[in-house]
Design a protein around this ligand. Structure first.
Ligand code: NDP
Length: 372
């Protein structure tokens, strides 16, 4: 485990241009000299024990700096299962009515919110008011106004607000950013982000605007929005967007099925992206500059990510994204470490501002200027 951690620190360093990654790739991580981590662990309560909450908790079993110490859930049977699986005492279990009481619980430093999107804002504000750090799944909330309220509440309570952008710690992604910063692709001029899956059950919360805040864009298109920014290394200054709806029964008013969108960046680059709930196995990033390219497919799924550039295939080993993310977030909260690509509330807010602008561009058919 600590081999992995040490390895990660080197990968992170490489994202800032320190040339360690090539050397690291030449030997297995197990032979490195390790100093076992013996400092404090980030004690995390998971709020919302659904599909992704389960994945995160499972991945956290391999963390060296973070552990699951509590649960907040509306389903008593799930609480029982989690208690047995993760050895969680009764005193660290809460429901949606009483979880403000985490305030008095020293076994909880942070709460990871993994519920339907529209619930994030109020839950985050309650966690902040209880004096605990907030880790919130993407999208941080359902619009920029709510996102700003979350940031304000966390600032006021003097707690951190982090968003579950797991790709910001992913090794191949960071290697491509290192290569871009080193000038390997020349001046970057184009990004393409294609993100989608074919959604099933028409009755799920993802297709209910009151809980999701939107359709594919909020859920999966956000990866192309966010990816455009970290792959190009700038924030967009304008947006255009067009919506296609082939199934208006399943995808009701306010639930987007497929949106194509385009961004312009201050340095002259453009992005062309697609977000959809109608096509599976759509998970591709492509970046091109004056001299070369980076291609990732799959680019944001749970991995392993596959990536190649004009210089060849990337071989950085796969590590479970959520394990890395939670160790890195523990280091941010406990040690003030800087993320290689930011994962704070301001980062989440930028994506929400862009998504608001995409929806406006779809509605008006006009180019929308952005000031992030
Ligand atoms: P699920 O439907 O699987 O789980 C959501 C959980 O939220 C439920 O199991 C339930 O837990 C709780 N919940 C509370 N109120 C409601 C409600 N009114 N309706 C439904 N559930 C409710 O969703 P996911 O786990 O797939 O997604 C949750 C969040 O995680 C979303 O914001 C999503 O975007 C994000 N996500 C992020 C991923 C990533 O890779 N970063 C991947 C997948 C999702 P309980 O019974 O314990 O109360």
């Amino acid at each position: 485990m600590n081999s992995r951690r040490n390895f990660l620190q080197k990968i992170t360093a490489s994202a800032f241009g320190i040339p360690v990654l090539t050397a690291m790739n030449e030997r297995p991580s197990g032979i490195l000299n390790e100093v076992p981590y013996e400092g404090p662990m980030l004690k995390v309560a998971i709020l919302g024990l659904g599909s992704y909450g389960n994945r995160v908790a499972e991945a956290m079993q391999s963390c060296s700096m973070a552990k699951v110490t509590g649960v907040i859930s509306g389903t008593p049977s799930k609480i029982k299962d989690w208690q047995a699986k993760y050895n969680i005492p009764d005193k660290n279990c809460y429901n949606y009515e009483n979880f403000d009481n985490i305030k008095n619980n020293p076994d909880i430093d942070a709460v990871y919110i993994i519920t339907p999107n529209a619930l994030h804002k109020d839950q985050a504000i309650r966690v902040a008011k209880a004096g605990k750090h907030v880790i919130c799944e993407k999208p941080m909330s359902i619009n920029a106004k709510d996102g700003q309220e979350m940031i304000d509440a966390c600032k006021k309570a003097n707690v951190k607000l982090l968003v579950g952008y797991r790709m910001h710690f992913e090794a191949k992604t960071l290697e491509i950013l290192r290569m871009r910063n080193a000038g390997d692709f020349g001046k970057v001029l184009f990004f393409q982000g294609l993100c989608g899956f074919r959604i099933g059950d028409p009755n799920q919360w993802r297709l209910n605007k009151a809980l999701s805040g939107g359709g594919a864009m909020m859920d999966i298109g956000i990866y192309a929005v966010n990816g455009s920014r970290y792959m190009i290394g700038e924030d967009p200054i304008w947006v255009t967007a067009q919506e296609t709806k082939t199934d208006p029964v399943k995808f009701k008013e306010g639930i987007d099925e497929t949106i194509q969108f385009q961004f312009g960046f201050p340095g002259g680059a453009v992005a062309s992206c697609l977000s959809t709930y109608q096509m599976s196995n759509l998970d591709r990033f492509f970046l091109n500059g004056e001299k070369g390219f980076a291609e990732m497919q799959p680019s944001t799924g749970y991995g392993p990510i596959k990536a190649r550039t004009n210089k060849g295939e990337l071989t950085n080993p796969h590590i479970t994204h959520q394990t890395t993310q939670m160790d890195e977030m523990a280091a941010i909260i406990l040690q003030g470490k800087k993320a290689p690509v930011p994962v704070d509330g301001e980062e989440g807010l930028k994506d929400l501002k862009i998504i608001d602008a995409i929806f406006l561009a779809v509605k008006t058919g006009k180019k929308v200027e952005l000031k992030l």
